[in-house]
Design a protein around this ligand. Sequence first.
Ligand SMILES: Cc1cc2nc3c(=O)[nH]c(=O)nc-3n(C[C@H](O)[C@H](O)[C@H](O)COP(=O)(O)OP(=O)(O)OC[C@H]3O[C@@H](n4cnc5c(N)ncnc54)[C@H](O)[C@@H]3O)c2cc1C
Length: 455
Amino acid sequence: MAPLSILIIGCGVAGTPLATFLLSASQPAEEKPHITILERASSSRPQGQNVDIRGAGVTIMRKLGIETMVRNAITHEEGVQFVDENNTIWAENAADKTGKVQTGTSDLEILRGRLAEICYLRSRAVSDEVKKEGGHGIEYIFGDFLQSLDQDDEKVHIRLAKSGEQRTFDIVVGADGLQSRTRRMVWGEEGESERVKQVAGMYGAFFSLPKTANDSLWRRWYSAPGRRGIMVRPSDSRNPDRMTAFMMIMNDTDERLRSAAKDGRKGMEVQKNLVAEYFNGLGWECPRIVKEMQEADDFYYDMVAQVKLDKWSKGRVVLVGDAGYCASPISGMGTTLALNGAYILAGCLTKHFINAAAPTNDPSAAFDAYEHRMRPNVDLAQKLPLGGRAPYIMNLETAWGIWVRNVIVWLISQSGIITFIARFAGPPANKVKVEDFGFRQLEEWQDDGRDGEKV
Ligand SMILES: Cc1cc2nc3c(=O)[nH]c(=O)nc-3n(C[C@H](O)[C@H](O)[C@H](O)COP(=O)(O)OP(=O)(O)OC[C@H]3O[C@@H](n4cnc5c(N)ncnc54)[C@H](O)[C@@H]3O)c2cc1C
């Protein structure tokens, strides 16, 4: 049988690890799948918010042989400081540097874009090895996206929007994030509002800004009445003179916030003006942050949401990562789920489809096995802390409420019971076991000096 052809849409945190594991299975190079990765952005750009890797995600990071690269790229965030409008620190919760306790800051905090870039470089190194051994490896297509996707019993037929090229694949994997176009194309536009469920009426804006004297390796978290907040966090060693900002608004009545979130990067100007409206006139460092936001070219705005589907595959198309089961930034589990989903999908495809005991052209057994193994992890991650009430407890309506919260976080930080609390309210990353699918262990590898380049 000819090697399988697989299209992976999205060169993010889930897409390239999936390709890397598929190419790390034990069959001869010429029998390994032909993989194409399609990415809408014009290069693997190192942009994105601060994310962390925890529990199962750490095990998978080690299987990929990228621990050294990741540790060299972390933001070194020291923990969280709760500050008021005078920048007075009410409480500090230090990072857990042991990796054992799931507090707000893990020992592996990294910028999403940098992690995606490391995963991409890893996949490219593995692809080069496979090509040297006579296999097809990975073809990367940057700067394009799907215009159409049709499937029959045998194949999936796609057309690229920009180049107009038509191609045919055995299976297609949607790894294109929260606002997945693959999901909308295959599952239908109608029903999207049922699948993408906003969390606590929350919207978030993310961008980077120049560092000032008040900034440090601590994340500073300022809350304003009306359930508004800003986190200013350290960037990485590539950007020592910059910080990142995350501005959040909880409001489920202002339709403008919802409508702006539908427009993606196209609606950036409207989004910026809307966010500015919510933070103009506030104290602390809001004037500086709003000004920098208006000038930022790496601005990203979206609703904070979870993706919930009854089934993650339809025919020959399957979803992985945020596209299928985004848990939201509040869970602190998105990166870990994306890595774990990629690993389990690669394992199930290898075992039940590519190397199936009885050769088959039907991927459904592999997709079902993936779903069976992954679903409990997703259910666990999507159960938000304190029964989903955490955003309401942390982002309060009144100045008085914020004062009480600050007193409580101060008492907690003084009492040293944060470790105890983290056991109940921290991300459930350590509860997830990682199955062994027999992929070869990839050696720890260093930057090949070609990072970030356009391919
Ligand atoms: C503000 C914020 C904070 C977060 N904090 C945390 C945290 O602390 N811990 C944590 O674990 N997770 C966190 N997350 C979540 C984490 O970033 C995601 O869960 C994770 O990146 C999901 O990986 P993914 O590969 O599924 O999607 P992504 O990493 O988003 O990758 C999707 C890729 O698909 C591409 N793409 C999109 N559309 C198309 C298209 N039509 N065609 C081709 N390509 C396309 C995108 O450009 C992107 O490269 C946070 C997220 C946000 C927004």
